[in-house]
Design a binder for this molecule. Structure first.
Ligand SMILES: Cc1cc2nc3c(=O)[nH]c(=O)nc-3n(C[C@H](O)[C@H](O)[C@H](O)COP(=O)(O)O)c2cc1C
Length: 202
């Protein structure tokens, strides 16, 4: 009788174990783990030209706003561009963002000094940069490619972005992040350098 009970319990464990990995595999396929995403991220400058699903842009924006900020101020706004005409208008004034030509969308991270801790530009820029990195990582996790292209601190580039998107002068357009489906030619670089690490003291 005892043996029978043990046999039934063992069988149940085997059955649960057989079902569980399938369910988990599906979950994992939808969301690669954070370390894998971090190491897979790379600047992608070659896109297929496919449009980006609104649902994916929404997930990316939610990830952006999950970033930490000094004193929780969230001194940011995000301009999302999907119209071809506007993507091209941005591209025309940004020589280092020519991949906008084949991007399906772009997000412009805007830093708002007025909302930042102590109204400091530095905090607005630091906080918004963290949101920017979350955008790059979330896009990678969703199978999309991005590149951080600089607007800040270049006056001419910020001017072009402000003019094209009606952004007020008090707001800092930090970057333009083109988003697209990668063609696959861009690869992550290994930038790990042990000499950049100082254990305990410099
Ligand atoms: C602040 C900043 C500004 C950048 N500006 C540009 C840019 O204007 N155009 C561009 O193609 N890449 C730009 N990049 C991307 C870098 O060139 C890229 O991150 C770097 O070469 C490392 O490559 P990886 O992103 O593939 O790791 C910028 C990155 C940062 C962080």
């Amino acid at each position: 009788m005892k043996n029978m009970k043990a046999f039934i319990v063992a069988m149940m464990i085997v059955m649960v174990a057989a079902i569980t990995p399938d369910c988990m595999a599906q979950k994992e396929a939808a969301a690669p783990d954070a370390i894998t995403v971090i190491h897979s991220r790379k600047s992608v400058r070659n896109f297929t030209g496919q449009i980006i699903e609104k649902e994916k842009l929404d997930k990316i924006l939610r990830a952006a706003m999950a970033a930490p900020t000094a004193v929780g101020r969230q001194p940011w706004s995000f301009v999302v561009v999907t119209e071809r005409k506007t993507l091209d208008a941005l591209k025309d004034g940004l020589p280092y963002a020519q991949m906008l030509g084949k991007a399906g969308a772009a997000i412009i991270v805007c830093a708002i000094p007025e909302k930042a801790h102590d109204k400091m530009v530095e905090f607005a820029v630091i906080d918004s940069s963290l949101a920017g990195e979350n955008i790059l990582l979330a896009a990678e996790a969703l199978g999309l490619g991005t590149t951080w292209t600089a607007a800040y601190p270049y006056k001419d580039r910020m001017g072009h972005v402000r003019k094209t998107l009606n952004i007020p002068d008090s707001i800092i357009p930090l970057n333009v992040i083109p988003i697209g489906y990668p063609t696959g030619v861009d690869k992550p670089k290994n930038k790990y350098k042990p000499e950049n690490i100082h254990w305990e003291k410099w």
